[in-house]
Design a protein around this ligand. Structure first.
Ligand SMILES: Nc1nc2c(ncn2[C@@H]2O[C@H](COP(=O)(O)OP(=O)(O)OP(=O)(O)O)[C@@H](O)[C@H]2O)c(=O)[nH]1
Length: 374
C-alpha cells in the first residue's frame, strides 16, 4: 500500500469519525431541547403544594359542620377564621407555584381562574362570618362554604391529576434520556476503541510500507534509501564522538558474463548467495545495502580502516571460496571492494562515498578480486 493511500485512509477515517460524532451531538442536542421542559422541572414541591390543601378542604368541611351544630363555640369560630385566612393564602401560593412551573399555561388556566373566583368569594365569606359572629343566621354562610369547599375539592383534584401526569411524563423522559446517554457513552467508547484499533493498524501498515520501501526484494537487504536513512546520523555521531566510521562499496566481478552465460535466474541466485555471505560476515550494527544491480555496501560505525579492511578481505575471500556447487553455476565468482574510513571531521557521507567509489574503481582496474583503500 502506498503512503499516499494510507494518508487518505487516515483522512477518511478522521472525517467519518468526526461526522459520526457530530451526528450524535446533534441527536442529543435535539432530544435535550425537546426534553428541556421536563428536565428542569421539580414537581415534588408542586405536588406537595397541591395535595396539602386537599386536607384543608376536608378540615374546612368539618369546621362548617361544627358551626352548624354549635355556632357560638369560640373554638369553632377561631378554626373557621383560621381556615378562611389559610385557604386564601394557599390559593395565592398555588397560583404562584403554577405560574412559576414549566407546565403549559393552557393546562392549568381553568383551575387558576376557578381558584381566583374562590378567593373572591372567600373575602365575601369573611364579611358574612363577622355577621354570623354578631348573631345572624349561619345558613347563608354555610351554604356559601359548601359551594367553596366543593369548588376547591374539584380544582385541587384536577390540579393534582395534572401535576401527577406531568411528573409521570417527566420520569419517562428522564429515563429515556438516561438510556440515550448510556447508549451514547457506549457508542463513544466503541468509536474510541475503533479509532484506536484503526490508528494502530494504520501505524502498522505505515511501518510495513516504510520497511518495504527500504528493502530490496531479491536479497532482502536494505536498498539505497535504507542506507541513506543511516548516513546522516552515523556521520553526526562520528563527528561528535570522534570515533571512526567506515564504508565499503563492492561490486561483483564480470557479473554480465554470469548473466549472459548462465541466465538471469542464475545471476539472481548468485546475488542472493552474495547477500547471505555479506550478512554472515558483517556485524549486527553494520548497515548492509544493495545499492545497484550487482553493487553492495557496508556502512560500519566505530570501525577504523584496519577493521574495515579485515572485513572486506574476509568477504572477498569468502566469495572467492564459494564452490561451483554452492553457486549453482559452472564458474567461480569474485568481488572487488573499495574502502573509505572517516575520522571525526571528514565524516561526511558524500565524501566517504566518493572515496570508496574511487577505491572500488581502482580495485577493478588493478585486476578485480581485491580490496583497495581510498
Ligand atoms: N541477474 C541479475 N542481473 C542483474 C541485476 N541487476 C543488474 N544486473 C546485471 O548486472 C550486470 C552488470 O554488468 P556490468 O555493469 O557490465 O558489470 P560487470 O559485468 O560485473 O563488470 P565489472 O563490474 O566491470 O566487473 C548487467 O548485465 C545487469 O543486467 C539483477 O537484479 N539480477
Amino acid at each position: 500500500m502506498k503512503l499516499g493511500a494510507i494518508k487518505s485512509i487516515g483522512w477518511r477515517l478522521g472525517l467519518g469519525v468526526a461526522l459520526l460524532a457530530g451526528t450524535c451531538a446533534i441527536v442529543v442536542a435535539l432530544y435535550a431541547f425537546q426534553a428541556r421542559q421536563y428536565m428542569g422541572s421539580n414537581y415534588t414541591s408542586l405536588v406537595a403544594d397541591v395535595v396539602r390543601p386537599q386536607l384543608h378542604t376536608v378540615m374546612f368541611r368539618h369546621a362548617l359542620e361544627d358551626l352548624r351544630k354549635r355556632s357560638t363555640d369560640p373554638d369553632v369560630v377561631s378554626r373557621l377564621e383560621n381556615f378562611l385566612w389559610r385557604v386564601s393564602q394557599h390559593i395565592d401560593g398555588i397560583s404562584f407555584a403554577l405560574q412559576a412551573s414549566r407546565l403549559s399555561e393552557s393546562d392549568y388556566h381553568a383551575s387558576l381562574v376557578r381558584l381566583q373566583d374562590v378567593k373572591m368569594r372567600l373575602s365575601e365569606m369573611r364579611q358574612q362570618f363577622d355577621e354570623v359572629i354578631a348573631g345572624a343566621s349561619p345558613e347563608k354562610f354555610l351554604h356559601q362554604g359548601q359551594m367553596i369547599e366543593n369548588d376547591l375539592a374539584m380544582t385541587y383534584s384536577a390540579l393534582s391529576d395534572l401535576v401527577h401526569s406531568e411528573a409521570a411524563k417527566q420520569r419517562i423522559v428522564m429515563e429515556r434520556l438516561g438510556r440515550t446517554i448510556a447508549v451514547l457513552v457506549f457508542m463513544i467508547l466503541l468509536l474510541v476503541v475503533g479509532l484506536l484499533i484503526s490508528l494502530f493498524r494504520l501505524k502498522r501498515e505505515h511501518h510495513k510500507v516504510m520497511q518495504l520501501s527500504q528493502r530490496d526484494e531479491l536479497t532482502k537487504l536494505g536498498n539505497r534509501r535504507y542506507l541513506m536513512s543511516f548516513a546522516e546520523s552515523f556521520c553526526k555521531q562520528s563527528q561528535r564522538s570522534g570515533r571512526p566510521l567506515s564504508l565499503i562499496l563492492m561490486d561483483i566481478d564480470h557479473f554480465k558474463y554470469v548473466n549472459d552465460t548462465f541466465g538471469h535466474p542464475a545471476g539472481d541466485q548468485i546475488l542472493q548467495i552474495f547477500a547471505k555471505a555479506l550478512t554472515d560476515t558483517a556485524r549486527e550494527v553494520d548497515v548492509l545495502a544493495r545499492i545497484g544491480g550487482e553493487e553492495f555496501c557496508v556502512f560500519m560505525p566505530d570501525t577504523d580502516v584496519d577493521g574495515a579492511m579485515k572485513l572486506a578481505e574476509r568477504l572477498r575471500q569468502k566469495v572467492s571460496d564459494l564452490t561451483q556447487q554452492q553457486l549453482g553455476v559452472a564458474t567461480s565468482v569474485t568481488v572487488s571492494l573499495g574502502v573509505a574510513t572517516a575520522y571525526q571531521n571528514d565524516a561526511i557521507f558524500k565524501h566517504m562515498y566518493a572515496r570508496a567509489d574511487k577505491a572500488l574503481y581502482q580495485a577493478k582496474t588493478h585486476g578485480r578480486n581485491r580490496v583497495e583503500v581510498g
